[in-house]
Design a protein. Structure first.
Length: 182
């Protein structure tokens, strides 16, 4: 007896198909080749929205712009160039910004792939909730896992970074669902 049969067997004939769909487990993973465009745009859009949210929050609550942005660019670029980049003064550097953007958007797309796998069976509302939780999970991975390899990211653990990751998850879920839902 499958789980789907067991769950559907307990439902009354008056239950709507929508309720049955929410209870029935989804067993078919998405065909990523079919959804690559939605995943790509969800990752890019979420990367943009989360960065914009972070910059806006820095501007509203801290008097640290643009140096804090330059710091984060150096932190991210140091993943490729090494810790020597961290010693550069807090000024804008096109090469570091380009590398940091490539890393940021590459990770955003990879994370969007994972999120799309989690939310493909859910409606928009539940997808956004899962997306928010996913964003918080990414915060934990980035700020407590990656710091084992890149310890300089410890400085970025704050409520604004948590909020930016939450925005990432929610916006990735919304954009992904906007592309795949008719």
């Amino acid at each position: 007896m499958s789980l789907e049969f067991f769950v559907n067997e307990k439902l009354s004939p008056h239950d709507s198909k929508k309720n049955i769909q929410l209870i029935t487990p989804c067993v078919n993973p998405p065909k990523f080749t079919k959804y690559w465009k939605a995943i790509f745009y969800a990752g890019i859009a979420a990367g943009i929205f989360s960065t914009a949210a972070q910059i806006i929050l820095w501007w509203l609550f801290w008097d640290a712009l643009p140096s804090i942005l330059y710091r984060d660019i150096r932190f991210t670029a140091a993943m490729i160039f090494g810790q020597a980049v961290l010693q550069i003064p807090a000024t804008f550097d096109w090469e570091l910004a380009l590398i940091a953007a490539c890393i940021h958007f590459s990770l955003s797309i990879v994370y969007a792939v994972g999120l799309s796998y989690l939310i493909h069976c859910f409606d928009r509302k539940n997808s956004v909730i899962i997306g928010g939780l996913f964003g918080l999970g990414i915060f934990l991975i980035n700020m407590y896992g990656f710091v084992m390899i890149f310890p300089w990211f410890i400085e970025t653990r704050d409520w604004i970074t948590v909020t930016a990751h939450l925005v990432f998850g929610v916006s990735a879920a919304r954009v992904y669902k906007a592309f795949i839902t008719p």
